[in-house]
Design a protein. Structure first.
Length: 378
């Protein structure tokens, strides 16, 4: 058996093993940053009258989420200017998926080129990395380059997994003399410094250009939280701390690991942050029927188990989002450091976003939002 395949599959399965019984409608317990404006100053609307069906989500005291449909008639007169303070807020929910996060960058490129305003963002795991760096003002084109040349994933796992497995016994020696670090093969410190370097001076979450939350799982209380203040790099380190692969991150009285353990597509967090309309980006692989002989390969059972878990975890948030964009990420490993995977991920994201654009614009128009197309993403 190939040790790397088995460990990769085990880590991936661990990431979602307790998610089956968890409802994504449950509220997060983190601190919520007050909503600020987006980068779009205003939108000029034509004269229209339409009936729009909107969905709002409310959370009851029991933690259950209800979807309420209302019909509203909107009348917009000639050259009315709707400021960013008046129009509905658009939130972006970015899902987890390791190297497949390249597809989220491709989707963002198209959203920006089409002038879709983004007022707030919540991301899980690699979705937190993409969303957090963009909210900090890092160029989305440069972020695409970081995936294209695999620089980002090489900083995520600075030592090749095969070598890390080989030296794992040595790493346990300090335990024999009383030193007991948190469990995991990687600490993630290099990745935290790397993320802060890309963010530059904009590394305080509460002061980012766009309100942002990194979604994490608290190993102490077992709940999904969102980090909306503190150091950006540390929050991204925590949100990407895959159990068994990366060590959890201690912040205050909490011990955080990968948010995807119970909330891989944080639509509920985006709603609680104040979004009226939510665009979700799901980067799961497709769940397809496979032949029996597939499961004779090392690591194949845990790989398929992860696909099944993620499909079921993300099914409800897919339905709660106002629109879900799902790029084709089939064949891209969670821990891939392959340049080809990074490039194909970005391209798949671009393709999926363009395909979804007519429906997205139609739904935004029903809310009175008419995006202004840009020449190029920045």
């Amino acid at each position: 058996m190939k040790a790397t395949s088995v460990l990769a599959g085990f880590c991936a399965l661990t990431l979602s093993c307790s998610a089956t019984q968890f409802s994504l409608a449950q509220s997060g317990n983190g601190t919520v940053t007050p909503i600020q404006g987006s980068t779009a100053e205003h939108v000029i609307l034509p004269a229209t009258e339409s009936t729009a069906t909107t969905q709002t989500t409310t959370t009851t005291d029991t933690g259950r989420t209800k979807k309420i449909q209302t019909n509203t008639v909107q009348r917009v007169t000639d050259t009315i200017v709707t400021s960013k303070k008046d129009r509905p807020k658009i939130g972006l929910a970015l899902g987890g998926g390791g190297a497949r996060g390249a597809a989220e960058v491709g989707v963002l490129k198209v959203l920006l080129e089409e002038g879709i305003p983004i007022d707030l963002i919540a991301g899980t795991s690699i979705g937190a990395v993409v969303g957090g760096l963009y909210a900090a003002g890092f160029s989305i084109d440069e972020l695409a380059d970081r995936f294209d040349d695999s620089e980002l994933m090489r900083n995520f796992m600075p030592v090749d997994l095969k070598l890390r497995i080989a030296v794992a016994p040595i790493m346990f020696l300090p335990r024999l003399v009383g030193y007991h670090p948190y469990d995991g093969l990687y600490r993630g410190v290099k990745f935290r410094k790397y993320a802060n370097r890309l963010a530059g001076d904009n590394n305080e979450i509460s002061k980012l250009h766009i309100p942002f939350a990194a979604v994490v799982t608290d190993l102490v209380d077992g709940n999904s939280h969102r980090l909306t203040k503190g150091n950006l790099g540390e929050a991204l380190q925590a949100s990407t701390a895959v159990p068994g692969l990366r060590k959890p991150v201690e912040i205050g009285d909490h011990l955080y690991c990968d948010g995807g353990l119970i909330n891989n597509l944080p639509v509920n967090h985006v709603r609680e942050m104040g979004a009226d309309f939510i665009i979700a980006i799901n980067i799961d692989e497709d769940l397809e029927t496979v032949p029996l002989k597939t499961f004779r390969k090392a690591g194949s059972v845990s790989t398929q188990a992860l696909k099944i878990q993620l499909y079921n975890i993300d099914k409800q948030p897919n339905e709660l989002a106002d629109i879900t964009i799902h790029p084709n990420t089939n064949g891209i490993s969670l821990i891939s450091r392959n340049k080809k995977d990074g490039r194909s991920g970005v391209e798949s994201g671009i393709e999926a976003a363009r395909k979804a654009m007519p429906e997205l614009k139609r739904k935004l128009a029903a809310l009175g939002i008419m995006p202004t197309k840009m020449v190029k993403a920045n």
